[in-house]
Design a protein around this ligand. Structure first.
Ligand code: 5AD
Ligand code: SF4
Length: 437
């Protein structure tokens, strides 16, 4: 009988893509996907540790899986991803029901772990050191979206922002051989993928000998069949004029960019060790907007970092209003293991953090609504990606600037590009109707 797997993914796009690689490996081993954990022989939690809340969830979830396993002793439970790398064998402590733990750079060890497990070995551990070369090439990737392919171009991070646990879990920056990236992209194009999103913790630091990130974008741009290029995430201090000049000159490079600000006060940025000032950041925004006036910028913002005063927070709000992001991910600061900020006093009271977050999110909602309403009447090229959550016969897609658009249309349009006239807008999505195919 076929074995079934269920993967639950937490955290960022890198993690989501690791799950696609894991699914590919499992399908090659004869496993098929299960819609939920109840029916699965193997349950994997692909974990995140970037914020305390994300890490907390995993332990709660494991408690639930333990109960399930009591009635289903044959079920295997694995924990992988960043929290696995952080907790290591501690995950097994007091949890005899956890069968395997493997880190983000050990996805390719999965077949061997499963084989050892079948031979009766228990509580298997596979982790990597910070400088270990990851296996970038995985034969089969079971991609979640049929038209959009995520491709890893680098692993790890060397920035060591003082709040961030990532460099301690994903290790040092290692760039992938461009031949291998281009080959994967060509294969995706041949299989019908029309959009490529390049992934890395810090994509702009990509460098392989003399071949840098801009060179990579230029080479990928030449692949026939690929119509949209995106990437995430760049670091504001590494995005250089060579890359910024590509906006407006490479037509396939989408006019959206995630440029994490984190904070708007120079004092806080310094304590975060972000390597740029608010003036540097705003100068890059201006440069980008000169090259590509309709570029949609999005951001990550942390409120309540140690020592953040009301005045510091007002400086963040000031940038948010000036830049007018098309979307933000916003978080309350939480202490993370290994980080330098752990030594700073977490002195902004929880209630104050919540107030700042609410204020930021309220303003951002208004900005998004205003920006989205400005698009009413415009015609946008949309890649049709899925059925809309809004209901039957409704499709959902994304503009080049990465805004979600809902409109009426038939299933045969999935994966195609259509022109949509925007007729209405909310803070998180646009509505429209197809004006031409
Ligand atoms: N507390 C709150 N937010 C954090 N992030 C990273 N570390 C922390 C932390 N300790 C946020 C940053 C980052 C995003 C992925 O998560 O904004 O860009
Ligand atoms: Fe979470 Fe960071 Fe790991 Fe992504 S790389 S899963 S955000 S800890």
């Amino acid at each position: 009988m076929d074995k079934k797997y269920y993967i639950e993914t937490y955290g960022c796009q890198m993690n989501a893509h690791d799950s696609e690689k894991i699914a590919g490996i499992l399908s090659r081993l004869g496993y098929s996907p299960s819609a939920d954990e109840f029916d699965a022989d193997l349950v994997l939690l692909n974990t995140c540790s970037v914020r305390e809340k994300a890490a907390h969830k995993i332990f709660t979830r494991l408690g639930q899986l333990k109960k399930l396993k009591t009635g289903k002793p044959g079920m295997a439970i694995g924990v992988c991803g960043c929290l696995a790398q952080q907790e290591k064998e501690l995950f097994f402590k007091g949890r005899p029901y956890v069968d395997m733990v493997f880190g983000p750079k050990n996805v390719s060890d999965l077949p061997s772990l499963l084989e050892q497990m079948e031979n009766g070995r228990k509580q298997l551990l596979a982790l990597s050191g910070p400088r270990q070369e990851p296996t970038f090439e995985v034969d089969t990737v079971l991609r979640n979206a049929p038209f959009k392919a995520y491709i890893t171009i680098m692993e790890g991070c060397d920035k060591f922002c003082t709040f961030c646990v990532v460099p301690f879990l994903r290790g040092r920056e290692i760039s992938r051989d461009p031949h291998s990236i281009l080959e994967e992209a060509r294969r995706c194009a041949e299989e019908g993928f029309v959009e490529i999103c390049l992934l890395g913790q810090n994509v702009n630091s990509y460098r392989y000998d003399h071949f840098d990130f801009a060179d990579l974008l230029i080479s990928l741009h030449e692949i026939p069949g690929i119509r949209r290029l995106r990437y995430t995430s760049p670091h504001p201090s590494d995005i250089n004029p060579k890359v910024m000049d590509l906006y407006g000159s490479l037509p396939k490079l989408c006019n959206n960019l995630h440029l994490p600000l984190q904070a708007g006060s120079n004092e806080v940025l310094k304590r975060m060790k972000r390597d740029y000032s608010r003036e540097d950041y705003l100068a890059k925004v201006e440069y980008l907007r000169q090259r590509c006036p309709d570029i949609a910028l999005s951001s990550d913002i942390i409120v309540g970092f140690p020592g953040e005063t009301r005045e510091d927070f007002a400086r963040t709000m000031d940038i948010v209003r000036q830049v007018e992001y098309s979307g933000i991910f916003s978080f309350k600061y939480s202490q993370r293991p290994f980080t330098t900020a752990l030594k700073m006093e977490d002195d902004v009271p929880e209630e104050e953090k919540s107030d700042r977050l609410a204020e930021l999110q309220q303003s951002q909602r208004e900005i998004q609504l205003r920006l989205n309403k400005r698009m009413i009447g415009a015609s946008q090229e949309v890649l049709v990606e899925s059925h809309s959550r809004k209901g039957d016969a409704m499709l959902s897609g994304r503009t080049g600037c990465n805004r979600v658009v809902n409109f009426q249309g038939s299933d045969d349009l999935l994966g195609k590009f259509v022109q949509v006239q925007i007729t209405d807008a909310g803070p998180n999505s646009l509505q429209g109707h197809i004006c031409s195919l």
